[in-house]
Ligand binder design. Structure first.
Ligand code: NAP
Length: 257
């Protein structure tokens, strides 16, 4: 079996301040952790960010932060990825269509960890919930937004993977399986869109990053020893900026080993 090639940020890459000027980018899980910092960072580089996520108060706080910095006015998009009805996702597309007419970027960042248990003992409810948020919700959102991504002169879709989505690990259960599925969804979509559209599709594995999810997975770890979400943003900027326009179907490590 051939091993998947892991890509990294090109050496000496620096994002210009106006890298994402005029781009409309939707970030899921924009209220906390990596998604919050990605949304703010994209706005700092000129993007109009659509803040999608579960907890409205958190999204509003990020909205206020972006506004207070005098950056392009973001849009609020409450979205619970536990939703299984197509209308929820169609509504997101309709709102973006009405307001912007196109979408230039989609960062699938929202995720849940689920239980730490063997597959033999994993409970069905948390299993299904993890699959819904991490895989099915991302699929339904992508499908609903594809027509808008096709309206962009060059669009970028980025899925969020994990090291346990490339090599399985005991007790990581639904989370690990969902991240394998995420890599598969990225590869399948990238291949389908290759040479028939201007949409590129790639994955980022953020690596160990100082967030609530990481603390939940490793409660005994000192968070101060971990890179912050801000530290991994250069790769996110690269994949949403036009420098990566010819990069499709690749999986990246934000923290090269
Ligand atoms: P986090 O701080 O826990 O943030 C997760 C985000 O997902 C939150 O904004 C959360 O919203 C949102 N979310 C959860 N359930 C949702 C739902 N049902 N609908 C919509 N949004 C929902 O985690 P993070 O560390 O930033 O993780 C971001 C991504 O990186 C995830 O895909 C994760 O698997 C991946 N990752 C992280 C690490 C790491 O070390 N941190 C390593 C590898 C991969 P609420 O706050 O409103 O619940």
């Amino acid at each position: 079996m051939s091993e998947t090639q892991i890509h990294t940020l090109p050496a000496n890459y620096t994002a210009t301040t106006d890298l994402l000027g005029d781009k409309v980018i939707l970030v899921t899980g924009a209220g906390d952790g990596i998604g919050r910092v990605a949304a703010i960072t994209f706005a700092q580089h000129g993007a109009t960010v659509v803040l999608a996520g579960k907890t409205l108060e958190k999204l509003e706080a990020v909205y206020d932060e972006i506004e207070a910095m005098g950056l392009p006015q973001p849009a609020l998009c409450p979205l619970d990825l536990m939703a299984t009805d197509l209308d929820t996702y169609k509504n997101v597309a309709e709102v973006i269509e009405e307001e912007f007419g196109r979408l230039d970027g989609l960062l699938h960042n929202a995720g849940v960890l689920g239980d730490h248990a063997t597959l033999a003992s994993y409970k069905p409810k948390p299993w299904l919930d993890v699959m819904q948020v991490n895989v099915n919700g991302a699929f339904l959102l992508t499908q609903a937004l594809l027509p808008l991504l096709k309206q962009s002169p060059c669009a970028s879709v980025v899925f969020t993977s994990s090291s346990v989505g490339r090599k399985g690990r005991a007790y990581w259960g639904a989370y690990a399986v969902s991240k394998f599925a995420t890599e598969g969804m990225m590869q399948t979509l990238a291949d389908e869109l290759d040479s028939i559209s201007k949409i590129r599709v790639n994955c980022i594995n953020p690596g160990a990053t100082r967030t609530r999810m990481r603390a939940q997975a490793y409660p005994a770890e000192n968070p101060e020893t971990l890179p912050t979400p801000e530290a991994i943003m250069p790769l996110y900027l690269y994949l949403f900026g036009d420098d990566s326009v010819n990069t499709n179907g690749c999986t990246f490590d934000a923290q090269p080993k």
